[in-house]
Design a protein around this ligand. Structure first.
Ligand SMILES: [Zn+2]
Length: 475
């Protein structure tokens, strides 16, 4: 059991003098800074100006550079490791109030679905409050950027209201071809119009077995014409690996079918002998603007296809375990070079929204599957940051996240583990970092600080760095 070290977030630099000039630059220093896009720095620092990273490097170099430029700064020395904020690449924040479902263990989709429906159908639940609670958990666990799947419109503003980065995906499911032709496009357009931005919005066609061919074919075009991202559940169910498993396919389709939708015969006939990945690829769903969730039941050809389309996969291993599915092929994804990201999924199929719990499980799975390379921890940390940013189209450009780099948004998390050498410390973050996120920073603003920090009132609520003693150093 981990015992928290005494936090020292307010430990500041030696203060030479107070300047009359307001300090614009905030310097966040730590014993280890992990930029992800550059080598890690022992005794590092990140200088933040107007919500973006101005300089990053060794603390001495950053300070010297600020002085050379005549810039004043305020320094906060954080305990442990300073990293880019995590990117939670697959969740459904609105199901946060369905935690009783995710705390149990199931033996496959039918039993999990029955437990889920028992609560969902008894509704209506307060999706707005539930999604807002989920957003608070994101901040608590160091996720600053989120791929949130929205099924009910009341949940659509959670990321926006919390000031989180990422993409809110409007979920489309249960449409037959006829229904889609009658009202599909207009209903999706009107749902998208009501979603507040920022952050970005996108569309999530639920899964190959919950939609017929027409919506699966048209949604990607509809999204792409508007420049929106796509996200789909793929390879989460066993029968998806072989689409000629007609009985399995029909049974699964029935679970998601609403009372109005037609039979899924057409989809099965169209796809006989195809894997689900091949099937959606034929329909044009995959591409660099699309990422998939789960990717458990993927053949070597499926994984190759994802690489060929530059489509990332958000791995959610704890959700797979709760539902009673198999483990994703983590070692194969790593050795073959697939783009991977990490998601918690929702509390309806996972015991917590702590992404580092999933990262730790991915580590164990990869080792069990025979991945022996010493780069495992580093690559998993990359998956949980830059990999997620890539999956959401936020790895480059003006709004880039998932990296600590000059010009990137200053989204950061502090994980309080003992700092030794770089490799051991990174492995410690990956395997034992869960629950040890002690501060979350979005665009330079402190948005979460652990309760055992001074100024308890900031925990879990909006806060800014002014809660810490500010010491201004003349450049
Ligand atoms: Zn999901």
């Amino acid at each position: 059991m981990f015992t928290h070290r005494k936090p020292s977030l307010v430990n500041t630099s030696s203060v030479s003098e107070r300047s009359q000039v307001p300090a614009n630059v905030h310097l966040w220093s730590a014993d280890l800074v992990v930029p992800i896009t550059a080598p890690s720095v022992l005794g590092g620092a990140v200088a933040v100006l107007n919500g973006r990273i101005e300089h990053i490097g060794s603390r001495d170099w950053v300070i010297a550079t600020l002085r050379e430029r005549g810039m004043t700064y305020t320094e906060t020395h954080v305990p442990g490791v300073l990293l880019p904020g995590f990117v939670n690449a697959h969740t459904h924040l609105q199901y946060t109030n369905m935690a009783e479902v995710g705390l149990r263990q199931y033996d496959g989709f039918p039993s999990w679905m029955a437990a889920f429906d028992a609560i969902y159908d008894a509704g209506p639940l307060d999706w707005e409050t539930s999604a807002a609670q989920g957003a608070e958990y994101m901040l608590r666990y160091g996720a600053t950027c989120v791929a949130d799947v929205v099924t009910d419109p009341e949940a659509a503003s959670a990321l926006h209201d919390a000031g989180l980065h990422g993409v809110a995906y409007w979920e489309v499911m249960g449409y037959s071809n006829e229904e889609w032709a009658q009202r599909g496009v207009s209903s999706v357009h009107s749902a998208l119009e009501k979603m507040p931005t920022p952050p970005a919005i996108g569309i999530s066609p639920h899964a190959p077995y919950s939609l017929e061919v027409a919506p699966l074919l048209e949604i990607p075009d509809l999204a792409r014409r508007r420049g929106l991202r796509l996200h789909i559940h793929l390879g989460e169910a066993q029968m998806e690996a072989r689409w000629d498993d007609v009985e399995g396919g029909a049974a699964l389709a029935d679970l998601w079918r609403n009372e109005k939708s037609a039979s899924f015969t057409s989809i099965r006939q169209a796809g006989v002998g195809f894997s689900a990945t091949e099937f959606v690829d034929q329909l044009g769903v995959l591409g660099p603007d699309c990422h998939i969730a789960h990717g458990v039941y993927m053949t070597a050809d499926d994984r190759r296809r994802l690489r060929a389309r530059s489509t990332a996969v958000a791995l959610c291993p704890r959700s797979n375990a709760v539902i009673g599915l198999d483990e994703p092929p983590v070692a194969a994804y790593l050795s073959e070079g697939n783009l991977i990201a990490v998601g918690t999924d929702s509390l309806s199929s996972s015991p917590s929204l702590d992404i580092l719990e999933d990262v730790a499980l991915l580590y164990d799975i990869a080792r069990r599957q025979g991945y022996g390379s010493s780069d495992l921890s580093r690559r998993l940390l990359q998956a949980a940051t830059l990999g997620g940013a890539t999956a959401l189209g936020l790895a480059t450009g003006q709004h880039r996240v998932g990296q600590l780099q000059a010009g990137a948004l200053a989204d950061m998390v502090v994980v309080d583990v003992p700092v030794t050498d770089v490799m051991s410390t990174i492995e410690c973050v990956v395997r034992e970092g869960a629950g040890r996120q002690v501060a979350t920073i979005i665009e330079g603003q402190l948005r979460y600080a652990a309760t055992n920090f001074p100024h308890d009132d900031v925990a879990g609520h909006s806060a800014d760095s002014s809660v810490f003693p500010t010491h201004t150093v003349k450049g």
